[in-house]
Design a protein around this ligand. Structure first.
Ligand SMILES: [Zn+2]
Ligand SMILES: [Zn+2]
Length: 177
């Protein structure tokens, strides 16, 4: 499945990778052949993924072993497009053979020219959790709320006030934006 927005994204990311000398023409063509997909809409931890075909143990995976690169569908919305570019860039770095998040990977990742995008992961995660929240964990003292999918059942304290958080259903009270 390849949707238009993903192709649009790809057309923004690949030229930047070429300018940065991270890929050559041949690699660009190979990256273009990798199927693009979407991860599960209600995922809150995973923002994107580079899926490889399983290979023999200890075998170094290469661009030829990539099965799919998938992005969170919420990242394709206008508000998060800049972050989606960075996500695709990150997954393409995996696809060209940088499998682990080691120091080399982090250096390459840091070459992405948009600093806001590089730092958007936390905020995007918060946005996804708020969307998926069924419960609000609220501090009765400072009123800080934490949207969550599960009840806290008295197990958590407000970091600041050291008071037990209270559960309430996330309904009309929870902000969706
Ligand atoms: Zn990664
Ligand atoms: Zn508090």
């Amino acid at each position: 499945m390849t949707n238009e927005k993903l192709v649009e994204l790809q057309n923004l990311v690949l030229p930047v990778m070429k300018i940065l000398n991270l890929i050559n023409q041949e690699q660009e063509e190979k990256l273009r052949k990798i199927p693009l997909g979407l991860i599960r809409k209600n995922a809150t931890r995973m923002h994107a993924v580079c899926r490889f075909n399983p290979g023999p143990k200890g075998y170094e995976k290469t661009i030829h072993d990539v099965k799919e690169v998938a992005i969170h569908p919420e990242a394709l919305n206008e508000k998060w497009k800049y972050y989606a570019q960075f996500l695709l860039f990150h997954e393409y770095l995996h696809a060209i053979g940088n499998i682990r998040h080691d120091s080399v990977f982090r250096e390459l990742e840091d070459l992405w020219p948009d600093d806001d995008a590089k730092n958007a992961g936390k905020e995007f995660g918060r946005f996804l959790r708020a969307k998926a929240a069924k419960w609000l964990w609220t501090c009765p003292k400072c009123d800080k709320t934490h949207p969550r999918s599960r009840k806290s059942n008295g197990r958590y304290l407000c970091r600041k006030c050291k008071v037990t958080l209270i559960d309430s259903p996330a309904g009309q009270t929870h902000q969706t934006q």
